[in-house]
Design a protein around this ligand. Structure first.
Ligand SMILES: Cc1cc2nc3c(=O)[nH]c(=O)nc-3n(C[C@H](O)[C@H](O)[C@H](O)COP(=O)(O)OP(=O)(O)OC[C@H]3O[C@@H](n4cnc5c(N)ncnc54)[C@H](O)[C@@H]3O)c2cc1C
Length: 327
């Protein structure tokens, strides 16, 4: 049985127990949220021992070199001495709520300011704290263009943090936040043929930032954005995206409706799931950059589809909006 060493004390891991669960079972207050390796809220550093490769997936090469790993999916074959991150990753910012506006019945736009300098890339996410609960929200704003940091929060039935943000948090309130995190942002890659962005629901948040970032940085190859919802009224930013389409020849936007019969879908919108709409017109994704955000099933299935259609794994950036398991 391997051991986890933390602050000089040794804790034996139970069969198949993750490093995170081992520490929590022993009363260590380690931060965590999704417990599936997606949100990175629990990221730690290995001081000695080598974390298994799966626990470093999606981390930056620089972070891997420093021994960063995700303890929630880490089941090492050897003893590991670990430390909580006490650097920028875990630095807590206070952000003030300066705008609350519902974009439709279920999506709230929150705009925030921060007194401290907060550097991020559009499409990365922050973790918001509500007492001991932590939830991730992606950034829709583009730092070079937008003064305020923008989030799109979908109201989840019985969701503790989304309801708190939608119903209770008031203008002027301070939110405690860590970040920025994640690798889902636009960056120039040599000789790509195009950029495909596919999202559902509030998965548009990072894509709204990423697409504008690519355009503002002068990306000239085709950019295709497919945003899906069950009903037309669940889509949002439709007009803003159509305007962006008018001003940029290389940008095409497809609002997709999956919950109506084909003949009921309004003109100018596509019938079906956004990934199906995308693949119907793009049979090959060789040399394309792909960004996928929103419902975990859609993101994970489309990631496989994109790979099979020729996209290289290093060019597929995916943020599945995984929910935290029941406490
Ligand atoms: C990297 C990342 C980025 C994210 N970005 C955004 C964003 O930009 N906008 C946004 O709105 N959300 C985003 N999320 C999701 C967000 O972090 C929260 O999970 C979400 O807001 C729900 O939190 P909650 O506390 O309201 O719900 P909870 O109280 O955590 O859960 C509510 C209920 O939903 C149930 N549930 C669990 N899994 C599912 C499921 N798959 N489908 C349906 N119900 C489920 C739970 O069991 C519970 O009963 C992101 C998640 C990740 C990992």
């Amino acid at each position: 049985m391997t051991k986890v060493v933390y602050q000089g004390r040794s804790y034996e891991r139970l069969d198949d127990e993750s490093v995170l669960r081992c520490l929590l079972r022993n009363g260590i207050r380690a931060p965590y949220s999704c417990e599936s390796g997606a949100c990175q809220a629990c990221t730690m550093r290995a001081i000695s021992g080598t974390p298994p490769a799966n626990s470093q997936e999606d981390l930056k090469e620089t972070q891997k070199a420093l021994g960063y790993f995700k303890p929630c999916v880490c089941r090492p074959d050897e003893d590991l001495e670990v430390a909580l991150l006490d650097d920028a990753h875990n630095h807590k910012y206070q952000m003030e709520v300066v705008e609350k506006r519902f974009l439709n019945d279920e999506i709230l736009r929150l705009r925030l300011t921060c007194d401290e300098s907060f550097e991020y890339r559009a499409g990365q996410f922050i973790n918001i704290f509500k007492d001991d609960l932590i939830r991730s929200y992606s950034m829709a704003s583009l730092p070079v263009q937008d003064d305020l940091l923008e989030l799109h929060v979908k109201l989840v039935p019985n969701g503790v943090v989304s309801h708190w943000l939608c119903d209770d948090v008031q203008l002027g309130d301070q939110l405690t936040v860590t970040g920025p995190m994640g690798e889902c942002f636009y960056h120039e890659v040599d000789s790509t043929e195009g950029l495909l962005a596919v999202g559902t629901g509030s998965g548009l948040a990072p894509l709204w930032g990423i697409v504008r970032d690519a355009l503002i940085q002068g990306y000239e190859k085709p950019i295709i954005l497919c945003h899906g919802a069950m009903k037309p009224e669940n889509l949002y930013y439709v007009e803003a995206l159509r305007q962006l389409e008018e001003t940029h020849e290389n940008f095409n936007y497809f609002p997709c409706v999956s919950g109506l019969d084909e003949d009921e879908v309004p003109a100018g919108m596509s019938s079906g799931f956004p990934n199906d709409v995308a693949f119907a017109q793009l049979p090959s994704l060789a040399k394309w950059q792909v960004f996928l955000c929103g419902h975990p099933d859609m993101v994970n299935n489309t990631k496989k589809q994109a790979f099979l259609a020729g996209a290289s794994l290093k060019n597929i950036h995916a943020d599945p909006f995984v929910m935290a398991p029941h406490a």
